[in-house]
Design a protein around this ligand. Sequence first.
Ligand SMILES: [Zn+2]
Ligand SMILES: [Zn+2]
Length: 279
Amino acid sequence: MFDYHIHPNYSIDADGSIDDFCLAAITKGVKEIAFTTHLDTDRKTEDCIVRVKDEIIDVRSKVWIEDYEDAIRTAADKYRNENLVVLLGVELDIYPRVIESLPEGFLDVEWDLIIGSVHLIDHQAISLKNEAESIFSKYSVEELGEKYFSILLDTIETSVINILGHLDLYRRFGEDFYGFQIHELWRPHIDELADRMKKYNVGFEINTSSWRKGQQEPLPSTDFIKALVNRGVKTITVGSDAHTPNDVGADVDRALNLLWSSCGVQPSRFQKGKKVINR
Ligand SMILES: [Zn+2]
Ligand SMILES: [Zn+2]
């Protein structure tokens, strides 16, 4: 089992050190993990910070990336003998022109995995109830789709990200506002999205966190997963989006079973930003 989406306490909304997560992974029989600390750079939000040794610092500071890389490489060496592979990743919050706001030295780091996720529309978070409602009140479901998928399409072209994170996160609060239509939001965009992903070698993850929040489907939904696979997108990782060591590996087996039974596809492994193999 592996888990390619984990937030250690560098993310201010997460608990547990790198060691805590590695030990939890070993206990649960997880063989490979990727740490993917949030990297939010939109200055119009208050989230452009990370925690380093109990100090809150600006994400643009090179200091945190150096500390983070060092801590993860140290853990990778330390736990290799215990059959745990530890990867250096990041979850980049993507929005229009994000690439111009990356921290100094970001692109020089040998990341194993860069997840790109849309959390923000117009500088507000679709993952927070109040902010999501404020966004939704401005747009029809079609307009929301246009906005959301144009951010994805533009970012894929920058060749910075490897994997798209929780592709239909807008579902979380969208159903209450738009009803069932929210589940169809992706359909008009699927051909263009799949073409762009294949052209730039970008895959997507199955994020299992929605199951822990009581939803029926992972992110993205089974129909969305099948539509991408049917169009030839077969680079797929699985991640729990754990913000606490207890959630490491949560429902990963369930996602792998779904991927195999619905699509006949095995997940992908990454190293140094390159897909190394489909398992
Ligand atoms: Zn996310
Ligand atoms: Zn995350």
